[in-house]
Write a protein that binds this ligand. Structure first.
Ligand code: GTP
Ligand code: MG
Length: 194
């Protein structure tokens, strides 16, 4: 994928505020702080297109980005951060569920897992919804630079177990080394071609 342009379009919480579904799109979901925004920045080669933060729970809206005037990338709000107010936490499920149910131009969802964490209820919930709604899923294991190569395969066993997905379903990624970037673009391209 050659990136000619990458522009923030708008933020939204509900369908009336989404940009028109005139382009195909893929979305990014995962726990707060898992690295969704960092992944998007690496994919589009723009360090600061999407705000990243060491304070989890920064992104509490759906953020739409126009790539090359051809398709959208959508940064979904993170979940699972203890310090987020309860009222905000309660919005996450309906906000994401509504998006997944109704967004007809959505072609795939990239679901991110931190290599150091065991998936929790929200990840499993999301996987169930994706299956129910037949949204193709691209599972990514992020922050692989945090674990030495020799320990990686052992480290991801709890992720395989909790999700029930096979090892070859996952692409390993690091925003630091950019490992996995090309493979993720190939998978996004394939999803957008459908
Ligand atoms: P929310 O918007 O809060 O849901 O978080 P997010 O999923 O968008 O995470 P974000 O991209 O903001 O990254 C969170 C923190 O993890 C930042 O400090 C990033 O620099 C760091 N980070 C993200 N990806 C990687 C990675 O692959 N390796 C390492 N070492 N750090 C990463
Ligand atoms: Mg973010």
């Amino acid at each position: 994928m050659i990136i000619k342009s990458a522009d923030f379009v708008k933020s939204a919480t509900r369908p009336a505020n989404y940009p028109p579904g005139d382009f195909k799109e893929v979305a990014f979901a995962g726990r707060s702080n898992v690295g969704k925004s960092s992944l998007i920045n690496v994919l589009v080669n723009r360090r600061g297109l999407v705000r990243t933060s060491s304070t989890p729970g920064r992104t509490q809206l759906l953020n739409f980005f126009d790539i090359n005037g051809e398709f959208y990338l959508v940064d979904l709000p993170g979940y699972g951060f203890a310090k987020v107010p309860l009222a905000v936490k309660k919005q996450w499920g309906p906000m994401v569920r509504t998006y997944l149910e109704g967004r007809e131009n959505l072609r795939a969802l990239l679901l991110l897992f931190d290599i150091r964490r065991v998936p929790q209820q929200e990840e499993i919930q999301l996987l169930d919804w994706l299956e129910e709604l037949q949204v193709p899923t691209i599972p990514i294991i992020t922050k692989v630079d945090k674990i030495t190569r020799s320990r990686r395969e052992r480290q991801i066993l709890p992720i395989l177990e909790a999700t029930g997905l096979p090892r070859d379903a996952f692409t390993l990624f690091s925003a630091l080394t950019r490992e996995g970037r090309d493979e993720i673009w190939e998978r996004i391209d394939a999803a957008l071609d459908d």
